[in-house]
Write a protein that binds this ligand. Structure first.
Ligand code: OAD
Length: 234
């Protein structure tokens, strides 16, 4: 398997599940407990900003209690050994790829440990709670800060760069994503339309888009990824 020059890895909530971060659509997932329309849309933030700020502050706090797992670490090893050839595009807003040693990480749905000022557009690293009365460290205005998260109805970040990576890759691996949310769910089709890249799905169960992948590995990411990475390195 050592022939690949450009590897793109798409990750979703499933890769962080074994770290204790709740997924969205499994039993007991985040969207079972909260309605998307209440906490994850621009309309929700306009209607009840305090509730939305509390929701993301709580999720930000939960990051203090979790650690990267064997899957994050295996991908970081792949990046280290194949220096510069491996890009991770993540839908996750946690920072477990980075804490697991990963380097080239594109957060297409934003980051929990960042906030953005709606008034001056500055983006700030943020580890504390954020509330409507919290002042922007750059312009001093309040209320002006919002979670640096892509909500439903908003455009994911870095789509131009992502399109370039997808066009150039010769191996595309999707890990721990249910394939419900576009545009990420459409990446495998984009890759296949543009070239001869090999495609692998690693997921607990077949995803919505499973039939689009040439190869499937079903099970826990933390158990499957270390072996897959060794195969890629040998
Ligand atoms: P989902 O919760 O929709 O899907 C998680 C997938 O991971 C499911 O297919 C599970 O079977 C699988 N899974 C669970 N545990 C696993 C494990 N240990 N190993 C491997 N796979 C496992 O999460 P996403 O697909 O990431 O967007 O959701 C995509 C987007 O929808 C999220 O980024 C978020 C959400 O709404 C926004 O908030 C904008």
């Amino acid at each position: 398997m050592g022939q690949y020059k450009n590897i793109v890895i798409l990750t979703g909530a499933g890769i962080s599940a074994e770290s204790g971060v709740a997924t969205f659509r499994d039993n007991d997932g985040l969207w079972e407990k909260h309605r998307i329309e209440d906490v994850a849309t621009p309309e929700a933030f306009a209607r009840d900003p305090d509730l939305v700020q509390r929701f993301y502050s709580l999720r930000r706090r939960q990051l203090n209690e979790v650690e990267p797992n064997a899957a994050h670490k295996a991908l970081a090893k792949l990046q280290r050994e194949l220096d510069g050839k491996v890009t991770i595009i993540t839908q996750n807003v946690d920072d477990l790829h980075e804490r697991g040693g990963g380097t080239n990480i594109i957060h297409m749905h934003g980051e929990l440990r960042k906030v953005r000022c709606k008034a001056c557009s500055s983006v700030h690293d943020w580890r504390e709670d954020c509330a409507q009365e919290t002042e922007c460290p750059s312009c001093g205005r309040a209320p002006s800060l919002r979670p640096h998260i892509v909500w439903f109805g908003e455009m994911p970040f870095f789509m131009d760069r992502i399109a370039e990576y997808l066009a150039e890759c010769d191996l595309f691996i999707s890990i721990g994503t249910s394939g419900n949310v576009y545009p990420a769910a459409g990446f495998v089709a984009e890759v296949r339309a543009k070239g001869n890249a090999h495609t692998i799905e690693v997921n607990l169960e077949p995803s919505e888009g499973a039939s689009m992948f040439a190869e499937h590995r079903h099970g826990k990411a933390g158990e499957l990824l270390p072996a897959l990475v060794e195969e890629l390195l040998n």
